[in-house]
Design a protein around this ligand. Sequence first.
Ligand code: SF4
Length: 281
Amino acid sequence: TDFKSDKQPTWCPGCGDFGTMNGMMKALANTGNDPDNTFIVAGIGCSGKIGTYMHSYALHGVHGRALPVGVGVKAANPELEVMVAGGDGDGYSIGVGHFIHAVRRNMDMTYVVMDNRIYGLTKGQFSPTSREDFETTTSPEGPQQAPVNPLALALAAGGTFIAQSFSSDAQRHAEIVQKAVEHDGFGFVNVYSPCVTFNDVDTYDYFRDSLVDLGEDDEYDPTDYDQATDVILDSEKEYQGVIYQNEESVSYNESHGLTENMADIPDGAPEDAMDLVREFY
Ligand code: SF4
């Protein structure tokens, strides 16, 4: 697509991040966006390189801080399609505070987390989403603590769009990210994106065999908060699909009149927008 840059990814062959990125590019193209109106903000980690591999405006932020930058970009120029990308280490460890507040802010943007349940770039330490008994070189007996449930955090923070996908299920993944882009508010997608080099437990085969697709369940209604809560708190199964969507959602930028590029406002930006930017920087 137009969104592919001419840089060759240095991800390990077979890394789930290839599929995650392809789906993001497809979702952006399918929603009528182009590189000129798209801004990617990336965190730190293997996933953080994505802004180089995609052809759009991009900023490679500091560790765990991609979300507030994305919120600031959207506040300053709501005409841009803002997509923030990061990993589970970046987003759910050092960045978890920003995650909660970005969710509750409900800015009209998309957050894609490449969740491989490990720190890949630093060579295989357990991450916030690693299993309790996941053995690594730095945790020979496993982390010995329950993993973070990012979907539950998002629901508790008042999330209006919560989804999960699998990088290898290309069409479904792109479709789910597309729905997140189309949502009026903070579209959050946790993507199972296997690390083939350091994680031999949460593999392609594991996800292929265990994923339950909510899109194939006629009884499942993502607008039903109680049903969504049951799925999110079910630790026995792995799910993909749009898990929760509040169809009444109105994004922060819409409800606060942030509709114009600040650079185009002759008398200066609305005070509301400036307050928001000050809060983040
Ligand atoms: Fe992907 Fe893991 Fe390699 Fe990083 S270390 S590029 S996450 S396979």
